[in-house]
Design a protein around this ligand. Structure first.
Ligand code: C2E
Ligand code: CA
Ligand code: CA
Ligand code: CA
Length: 278
């Protein structure tokens, strides 16, 4: 970067340029990674506190690139969303997660469900429903063992096609969860229009339940709201035993977080399911 004078700093921003280069590199490498099956899917256990049992697992994409090193999903997912690459990438993740669940069920561990994150672009894709349908037929899995996580922004989308796709998924028997519930600035008005099965309280709430009384009351109220609406509730970001005691005392159904386990490879989550099953 050239420094011509004080007032010209804004003309050329080297960090912006670096970001642009990294983005295009990620884009290129991501295509290669998918072709070579270098993207893997990790699973984070979801624990039912009343049953004291591992009942579900959230699929989370992982990518360790030969050149770029570990690239966090927040970074590569949003890049893949920009250019539509999320469609083949999302299908790959979806298919991997469903096939892994199938393998788990074949071992007799049929009480476990898988939760898969969806992007808006995937719901807007006209082939999405038939993709899901075919996968269900191929694996003959019970659809109520698949939960799809959408964010509030997606739920708020007033596009007819998106709402209809969500309804069609529900019709198939697939469950819908609202991810990061309570984060951002969205209204909960969408709950009038789309029927969901699960609310996942955003981890920013959980981080504060032991230090901020207001957040604690709000969290308690969200849990009560969910129960009143007969929705399942999952607390994310459960890191300490204080978090666990709080969530027990407020009757939160399910929990997920580093306190129990980080996201782990499939082979490891299988062991966790087996251990929790005995
Ligand atoms: P998310 O869906 O909210 O996923 C939860 C994130 O919180 C994960 O980060 C998980 O590793 C992390 N986490 C779990 N327990 C704890 C905890 O106790 N404390 C803290 N601080 N963090 C915890 P990760 O895997 O880096 O994923 C980040 C985001 O990337 C996800 O947020 C999701 O929005 C997106 N993402 C990941 N995989 C996929 C995917 O396959 N498809 C789509 N569309 N998005 C994905
Ligand atoms: Ca999620
Ligand atoms: Ca989340
Ligand atoms: Ca998120």
């Amino acid at each position: 970067a050239k420094k011509k004078g004080k007032n010209q700093w804004a003309m050329y921003d080297p960090t912006f340029e670096q970001e642009r280069i990294r983005k295009s590199l990620i884009r290129q490498r991501l295509h290669v990674a998918l072709e070579q099956h270098a993207i893997s899917v990790y699973y984070q256990p979801i624990i039912d506190m009343k049953k004291n049992q591992l009942v579900g697992m959230e699929a989370l994409a992982r990518w360790n690139d030969e050149e770029l090193g570990f690239v966090p999903p927040n970074e590569f997912i949003s890049i893949a969303e920009e250019d539509g690459f999320i469609i083949p990438l999302g299908e790959y993740i979806f298919q991997t997660a469903v096939c892994d669940l199938k393998r788990l069920h074949e071992q007799g561990l049929t009480h476990v469900y898988v939760s898969i994150n969806l992007s808006l672009r995937q719901l807007k894709n006209e082939q999405f429903l038939s993709f899901v349908q075919q996968l269900l037929e191929k694996t003959s899995l019970q659809p109520n063992h698949i939960e799809l996580e959408i964010t509030e922004n997606i739920a708020l989308s007033d596009e007819k096609q998106v709402i209809e796709t969500i309804h069609a998924l529900k019709q198939m028997g697939i469950r819908i969860a609202i991810d990061d519930f309570g984060s951002g600035y969205s209204s909960i008005g969408y709950l009038r229009h789309i029927s969901v099965d699960t609310l996942k309280i955003d981890k920013s709430f959980i981080f504060e339940v032991t230090t901020n009384e207001h957040t604690a009351k709000l969290t308690e109220a969200i849990i009560a709201l969910a129960h009143r609406l007969h929705l399942h509730i999952v607390a994310e970001g459960v890191e300490t035993d204080q978090h666990v005691s709080f969530l027990q005392s407020t009757h939160c159904d399910k929990v997920q977080g580093y306190f129990f386990s980080p996201p782990v490879p499939f082979e490891k989550v299988v062991k966790q399911v087996q251990a929790a099953h005995i």
